[in-house]
Design a protein around this ligand. Structure first.
Ligand code: 1HN
Length: 330
């Protein structure tokens, strides 16, 4: 049969439709120090402009050769040195940046510069023009998260480069946050706002999201499974920050041990501040600030905070929710 393009289902049925998720994705932790050293070496070898994006891919050991950190998501560590530009392009995949080091470099989204500081979340949603630049004096390092493996599986991606290196400035820096952040929106959306579709906000600064965590922590006792956990939302839809990717902030108080939880969303997490242990399936990760780790779908996760832990995470939960597939237990 094989030469005729036919295969017996009964030999693979159990693998195709397992009773619960059986991800190829493995629990894994990338310690920041070694990653940063390799990235610095890349900085000596190639410019951001020549590379187009100077990035080290965080490839999951269970997904070798796939440039994927989970079945549906890609992650990479990007370096933009002082004075550099990463040229303008746009593409079907949606991207988020989570800043790990440096202050004052920018991503420009459709000509609006977002000035970045440590632990800021910045979005470049599907189809919007974006370039990066660093007019500060320090190297800038961030974690990129994109839905590339998802789009590859759908075989629906596309990309274009812009005719110039940098998109012309359309709005002053900080404009997106002023117009669509802090619970406000324009009474009458401008043409510019409309060009952004369902994505009015690109910037979720740490100076704002950490205050929200502090506030809930001050009045509530921690959830057994999650400690304190807040989801970043798109103010226009009230839903996940992007159509395919969800993002959240989490706090585990000093000395707290969470009970075991699991969800169907493959999740990438970053420890921002504090220290402690994340147990993911059979793995035990001792975490230092800026370490990245992955929690594959349906793997048990729990935390033990030695010092108060502040974490950031993103996942394909938005995709799964949109398709009615998301599940969690605790
Ligand atoms: C991309 O556009 C960026 O804009 C980073 O910084 C990583 C990986 C694959 C495809 C596009 C960026 C990317 C990417």
């Amino acid at each position: 049969m094989a030469p005729h393009g036919l295969k017996p289902l009964w030999e693979v049925l159990g693998k195709l439709v397992p009773p619960h998720p059986e991800p190829q994705t493995e629990p894994h932790r990338w310690a920041y120090g070694p990653m940063r050293a390799f990235l610095a070496e890349a900085g000596d070898l190639i410019s951001a402009e020549k590379a187009e994006r100077r990035v080290l891919i965080l490839e999951n050991p269970g997904l070798e050769g796939q440039s994927a950190i989970t079945g549906s998501l890609y992650a990479g560590l990007q370096l933009v040195l002082p004075g550099e530009v990463a040229p303008c392009h746009r593409h079907a995949p949606s991207a988020l940046r989570f800043v790990l080091e440096g202050s004052g470099a920018h991503t420009s989204v459709n000509g609006e510069k977002v000035l970045m500081a440590p632990f800021d979340l910045v979005l470049t949603p599907s189809g919007l023009w974006h370039d990066h630049g660093n007019l500060s004096e320090e190297p800038m390092v961030w974690l990129d998260g994109l839905d590339i493996p998802l789009l590859l599986s759908l075989e629906c991606g596309w990309a274009e480069t812009y005719a110039e290196t940098v998109f012309p400035e359309t709005r002053p820096p900080g404009d997106t946050l002023a117009r669509a952040g802090r619970g406000l929106r324009p009474w009458r959306p401008s043409q510019h706002d409309e060009a952004l579709g369902d994505q009015p906000l690109f910037h979720y600064p740490y100076s704002e999201w950490s205050v929200s965590l502090d506030a809930v922590q001050a009045v509530e006792s921690p959830d057994e499974t999650h400690g304190y956990k807040l989801e970043f939302v798109n103010p226009k839809t009230g839903g996940a920050v992007m159509k395919t990717i969800s993002a959240f902030a989490q706090r585990i108080p000093k000395g707290f041990k969470t009970s075991v939880g699991r969800s169907s969303a493959g999740t990438i997490m970053v420890l921002c501040e504090g220290s402690g242990v994340a147990r993911v399936g059979k793995q035990r990760f001792e975490l230092s600030p800026r370490d990245v780790f992955v929690v594959p779908s349906w793997q048990e996760l729990h935390f033990e905070a030695d010092e108060e832990m502040t974490l950031f995470g993103f996942s394909d939960r938005a995709t799964q929710e949109a398709l009615g597939l998301y599940r969690e237990t605790n």
